[in-house]
Structures are given as C-alpha cells and as structure tokens.
Design a protein. Structure first.
Length: 542
C-alpha cells in the first residue's frame, strides 16, 4: 500500500505565499488622454518630473499605469469619449488599487473660446457637457430660421426644453464647485509659459481682449465630444449648447474630446463605492482657439491647427503640469486633512433652492454677477457685485471696492448707484432690475430705495453668508477651545432685504436666492483669505 505524504504543516505558509497583497492606497490619480512613446504628450511631464517610475500593466485599459508607490498614479485614457470611459472603468475596478479617498485630476490640452481666454491659458472646470448625444440634420437640410441642425435628444427644434422630460444625467456633469474654486484660488497667480510666437498670434484676435492677454488661469466650462470641430459658428453653437444644458449656469470656455466619458465612468464607480465623485478636478489648457481670427476663414485656421502643430501645443502641456502640480503637491502636503475633507469645504452649508419666481434671464444675469464677484476678489476686494439691467441689457455694473478705495461704504450696490445716478435719469432707473451677487445689506437697500429702482434679484442670502464667515471663524480655533469673550456685543442676525423694503418702499419687488451654490462656493473660497478677518483671527490666537 502506498502511503501519501502529509504536507499539512505547510498549509499556513502556502496560504501566506499565495495571498493577494493589500490594495495600494491612492491619494491622487492624474488622468492624461494621449501619449506616444518618445514624443511630447499629456502623460510624459508627470511621469518624468514626479518620478512615477513603477509601471504596472492595465490589460483592460488603453495603457499601463505609472506610480511612485507612495500614492500618486498616472494613466492615459486614449483619445475620445469611448476610450476615456473604458480606460477609467478598467482602472476604477482594478482590485490592486484603493481609490476611495483618491483625488482625480484630469489634466489635458483643449481648444479655448477667444471670448474667454488666450492660447496657453489654464481653465479649471465647473461643468462638463457632452456634445455627442443629440439629433442631427444634414447642414444642407436645416430650416433657414434655425441656428443649428444639432438638436438636444427628445427635441424637435434647436434648444427646445420640455419641462415634463427629465434631462439625461449623462449629458451634463456638475463638478464640486468648492473644490474647483479652491484650485483656482490656489493657482490663479501662476506664471504660465509664453513665447514671442504666442504673442504674435494673440495680436491677430482683434476685438477679443481675453484672447490678447498673456496666458492666465481662469474658471470655465467644458464641452466634450469626440469631434474636433472648429470655427466661429461652431463656437457660437458651443456657447448655446453649454448654456442650454447647464440651465444658464455654465459658460462654454474649452472644447475637449474625452471628459464626459471619464466623468461618466467616475460617476458609475462612485455609485459602486469605488471612488468619491466630489474629489474630481478637470484642468484644461489651451493649445489653440476654437475658431479663426478675424483675418482668416475657418478652414484656413483649421488647416494650421492640427496635432503637434497646434499653436500652443508645448506651452499648453507645460501649463497643465505647472498649474496642476501645485494642486497635487498641496493635497499631498495636507494629506491628513485632505484625506477626510476636500479642500475648500470650509463649511457644509447646503444652498437654498432657487426662487421659483426667477426666470431664465434672471439666471443668466446672475451668472454674470458671480463672475464679477470673482473679479472683485482678483482686484483685492470683497466678493460682491451688482448689475443694472434694462430691457434685457446690462447698462451698468460695479464691483465691491472697499479695500481698493479705502472706503467702507463702497459696497457693490452703493457704488453702482452712486455712479449710475450721475448717468441715468429717474425714469430709466425705475425701469431697471438690480442684480446683486449677494443679498443687499441695510445700507445698500437704502441706496436702492432712494434711487427708485423697483426690482431686485439677489444670489446668496445674507444669512448664508454669515454662516460661511462663522464657519471660518470656528475652523480657526483649536478643537475644544472656547471662543474669546467679544469686545463688543455680537451682531444680530442680518435683516432680510425683503423686510427692509416692505417697511420703506413696498413697491420694490425682491426675488432670490438664485444660483446660491455658486455664490457659496465663491464666499467659501474667499473668506479664509480675507486680510481683515485673518488678522482678527490671528490676534485672537495670540
């Protein structure tokens, strides 16, 4: 009889030898879209400069992945929406990586609308809109009264919105506005690569002041489709398409080919608990414009804007790294805090719903007011703005200037009214709507009342603003520390402007809040950096 040997004593060791290693915790994923070996591309600078030398196969993806083994990873999706979705899904489902706390940075080149930025500029994205899901008519059969033959799915004519039909959730992707604002604030002063050739090309865009600026960092929105389209009419379509799908909240700034696929995959992975969609950033840098300069035809412009011949190809690749790496390094440096809470989330303050009495025109003007509030911060002031609109046209606008003028009464509304009353007669002012990025204070209500303005629309409520400032103050104190005794009596809750007008001028119509999520993001990004508030908090800590 043959006796089989017993190797039971080896079983524990054998089990240990064959056990799968634990997944690698990832802190930052850098998403590139194209890279030819040995050639300039979106992945190469990240690989070389961050020493991402460990190459790991990703058989179900477009390319392998590279990592430093310490929590930073880069991969390449391949060009186009479908490649981006497939490669991102392959990475997200790979059991070798723990991506639950990872930040995702899409960093790639794009075309830019010359109305918004210059070649070589860098754009932090708030909305990504898909440009491929649609109905389309041949250009030769478009009705003469239509602006385009490219129609939203389910619509019988351009930009027809049907209230009873919900939008396709894979058509528009709203990124974390506070995270995007934080990234913008962190990088807005970055000096970007420039060259004499870029300066020469900028000079061709007469009538487009932003296109003639040296490369700069800005906020904007992206249109994503796998078609490299070009021209003034297509750029007009891009603006209309993004405006439509974002409910007038977005502004078409860049055109790229992959982002809606990447974000659809990440949204699906988030539902599966594999990633956190609130930690996604999209940075697109401008390698070219989406349209021709005034002295060229569209096809002439397209003929010279191809592949590596794109005007700002190398500058855009460099800008993507220079700007994006500032964010990556900040996340890594602050990892104990960033691991639990995304940067920019000063306070978990839920935005109030839009006032249903506000219409599409109100939303469009509030988008402008929020942009002007950001400009006020860039000019060294508080994030407030005001617009004066008559018959659907902005006739005057003004930013808060209390720091630059050293005049505490120069709120956006009082400054606007002080200047506007010198230009316009009382009848004109009475026919205007005043749009304020944040609810007017009592002083500003008085100015509005004496100017005779009859309609006011505001964005963020004063109460919510006070909550943001209060959260900044609370976050500055050590855990468990008692707040110091105030030197003066604390301020009472802000008086709503509706109540002020009800007591002083009941004929003033007040609408709001409107687009408060965007307004809160602006305030939450600004107030931790306000010089007066920061000095006060520093004094308290001594």
């Amino acid at each position: 009889m043959k006796i089989l040997p017993c190797f039971g004593f080896l079983c524990p060791a054998l089990a240990l030898a064959t056990a799968e290693p634990p997944p690698l915790p990832i802190k930052v994923v850098i998403v590139s879209m194209f890279q030819n070996e040995g050639q300039p591309g979106e992945r190469r600078l990240w690989q070389e400069r961050l020493h991402l030398d460990q190459r790991l196969p990703l058989p179900a993806g477009h390319s392998d992945v590279w990592t430093d083994g310490q929590g930073v990873l880069v991969y390449t999706t391949g060009m186009g929406v479908s490649n981006a979705a497939a490669s991102t899904t392959a990475l997200g489902l790979d059991p070798r990586f723990d991506l639950r706390e990872a930040y995702w940075l899409v960093a790639g080149i794009s075309g830019i609308d010359p109305a918004d930025g210059s070649m070589g500029s860098a754009v932090w994205t708030r909305y990504v809109v898909d440009g491929g899901l649609a109905h389309e008519l041949d250009a030769r059969e478009i009705p003469e009264t239509w602006s385009t033959g490219f129609l939203p799915l389910g619509s019988a004519r351009p930009f027809e919105r049907k209230p009873d039909r919900p939008m396709d959730p894979s058509q528009v992707f709203a990124l974390n506005p506070r995270l995007a604002e934080w990234a913008y604030e962190l990088t807005k002063d970055t000096v970007l690569p420039d060259s004499p050739e870029l300066a020469r090309r900028r000079s061709e865009f007469i009538g487009y002041p932003n296109a003639q600026r040296p490369p700069f960092v800005l906020l904007g929105d992206n249109l994503s489709s796998s078609t490299f389209w070009h021209g003034a009419r297509m750029t007009k379509f891009g603006n209309d398409w993004v405006d439509f799908w974002t409910g007038h909240r977005g502004n078409f700034t860049t055109k790229a080919m992959e982002d809606s696929g990447t974000l659809q995959a990440l949204r699906n992975l988030a539902r599966a608990g594999r990633v956190d969609f609130g930690r996604v950033l999209v940075l697109r840098t401008a390698s070219n414009h989406t349209m021709q300069s005034p002295d060229m035809t569209a096809w002439q412009s397209l003929a010279r804007e191809r592949g590596a011949a794109l005007t700002a190809f190398n500058e855009a690749l460099e800008a993507a790294f220079v700007v994006g790496n500032r964010v990556v390094q900040k996340i890594l440096a602050d990892w104990p805090a960033a691991r639990t809470t995304p940067p920019g989330a000063v306070a978990a303050i839920a935005p109030l719903p839009d006032d249903p009495a506000c219409d599409a025109a109100d939303r469009a003007f509030m988008v402008r007011a929020n942009a002007l509030a950001r400009a006020a911060v860039e000019h060294g002031n508080h994030p407030f703005s005001a617009l004066l609109v008559k018959d659907g046209v902005v006739i005057f606008e003004y930013e808060n200037t209390i720091y630059s003028t050293r005049d505490l009464t120069q709120h956006a509304e009082t400054g606007l009214i002080g200047k506007a009353t010198q230009r316009f007669d009382p009848a004109t002012l009475a026919a205007c709507t005043l749009y304020a990025s944040t609810e007017p204070c009592i002083m500003c209500c008085g100015a509005i009342r004496w100017a005779g303005i009859r309609r006011v629309v505001y964005g963020t409520t004063a109460t919510q603003l006070m909550r943001v400032v209060g959260s900044v103050i609370a976050a500055s104190r050590p855990a468990g520390a008692e707040p110091p005794a105030p030197a003066v009596a604390p301020s009472p809750p802000p008086l709503e402007c509706r109540e002020v007008f009800a007591r002083t001028e009941p004929s003033v119509q007040v609408k709001g809040p409107l687009l408060e999520a965007e307004g809160l993001a602006i305030h939450e990004a600004y107030w931790p950096r306000d010089p007066v508030l920061s000095a006060r908090l520093a004094a308290e800590r001594k």
